[in-house]
Design a protein around this ligand. Structure first.
Ligand code: NAD
Length: 349
């Protein structure tokens, strides 16, 4: 029995997660032993419990095999004392999800890149951080500060996962940094070069973040596995969504040093389109493909879901964000897209 914790979150989260649940329920219906547990994170948790992540949620995770999350955040909480995003950051930190793997793949284009993003450190978590006031030019002035910090152990564990991924692919690893300016990245680069000594079958390259933003779009075919920091990983995966057509297309898995895993699409809560039944559920559904593979070890099931999504898109059915990228497109709602995928999925499950 797999205990699956579902955290729909905010904005379009509940809409896209509903499509994921349709598929999971089809699996349960045909005999798969999956126990679904629902809970709250982010803005909805603030509304209900005055905190973006409750101790109750943290305490039940010890009984959980895997977590599936929608997304958090939204305009509603812009001025709240607690931020929805803090719930997600705490979840990642508390359960040591230090590696986030983001495949950039598109069924219609010859594109296949994996971004390995550091998820537990860097500027998102570094201390000291905060706001303060000081007299500048005789004027009391607010200032704000964050700390970008990485230690060798954090870089080594991420590098080993990245080199191992590259070994099973085209054997190319590219590290994206800013080591020409920042000390943290000088250590980053030196440490990755050190780990490379144990993986000499992999061709390692380094590229600065500024040029990476151009190279990733112009020459995406030269990339295989990319390793980068928390902040740069966050930014370049949004950039790479341009290659697939929409931010709604990208899945991800986060792993820790135990066997717990966290699946979520790469996008945010898209408050501009929430509750309109137009959000693209493909990133969430592809995250489920990864869950079938990595948690259930069921490649038949993951292939079935992958090809069901592919089939729906290749018939031209898509949500509105994908219309520019699909020939003879027929726009469908989030619900309809999920139903179509489930229709093909059920036939082979
Ligand atoms: P976003 O990813 O929510 O949206 C950016 C743009 O992409 C929007 O125009 C949106 O409509 C579109 N988009 C995103 N996902 C889509 C989908 N599945 N289908 C169709 N279109 C989609 O980023 P944002 O607007 O910068 O942030 C909104 C909120 O989400 C903020 O509160 C932010 O902090 C939060 N956020 C959360 C996560 C997460 O939960 N992992 C990640 C990023 C941002």
């Amino acid at each position: 029995m797999i205990n699956l914790l579902i955290l729909p979150g905010d904005g379009i989260g509940p809409e896209i997660i509903k499509q994921v649940i349709k598929i999971v329920k089809s699996c349960i219906y045909t005999g798969y032993k999956i126990n679904i547990i629902y809970n709250y994170i982010g803005g909805i948790s603030i509304d209900k419990f005055n905190t973006p992540i409750t101790n109750n949620l943290i305490s039940i995770i010890k009984y959980i095999d895997t977590i599936f999350l929608g997304c958090v955040g939204g305009y509603k909480w812009n001025h709240s004392i607690f931020k929805p995003e803090y719930g997600l950051l705490k979840l990642r930190k508390k359960f040591n999800f230090f590696t986030n793997i983001r495949p950039i793949k598109c069924p219609f284009k010859n594109i296949d890149i994996i971004i390995v993003r550091e998820l537990n450190g860097g500027i998102y978590y570094g201390k000291p951080k905060g706001f303060s006031k000081q007299i500048i030019n005789q004027i009391p002035t607010w200032y704000a500060y964050n700390t970008k910090i990485y230690n060798e152990q954090e870089i080594i564990r991420l590098a080993r996962i990245s080199f191992n991924l590259a070994l099973n692919r085209k054997k190319k690893l590219c590290s994206i940094d800013k080591s020409n300016v920042l000390e943290t990245f000088k250590l980053w680069k030196k440490t990755i070069n050190y780990v490379h000594k144990f993986y000499n079958k992999v061709k390692l390259s380094h590229i600065y973040i500024d040029y990476a933003t151009i190279d990733l779009i112009k020459n995406f075919n030269k990339f295989d596995v990319i390793i980068t920091s928390n902040l740069f990983g966050d930014i370049i995966s949004d950039l790479c969504s341009l290659l697939t057509g929409s931010l709604g297309m990208l899945p991800s898995i986060s792993i820790n040093n135990k066997s717990l895993s966290l699946f979520e699409p790469c996008h945010g809560s898209a408050p501009d389109i929430a509750n309109k039944n137009i959000a693209n559920p493909v990133g969430a559904l592809l995250s489920l493909v990864m869950m079938f593979e990595y948690v259930l070890n069921d490649f038949k099931l993951s292939n079935n879901l992958y090809y069901s999504i592919y089939k729906v898109l290749s018939y031209g059915f898509c949500t509105i964000d994908m219309k520019k990228y699909i020939r003879n497109f027929k726009i469908v709602s989030t619900e309809e897209f999920g139903d179509l995928v489930n229709h093909f999925f059920i036939i082979n499950v």
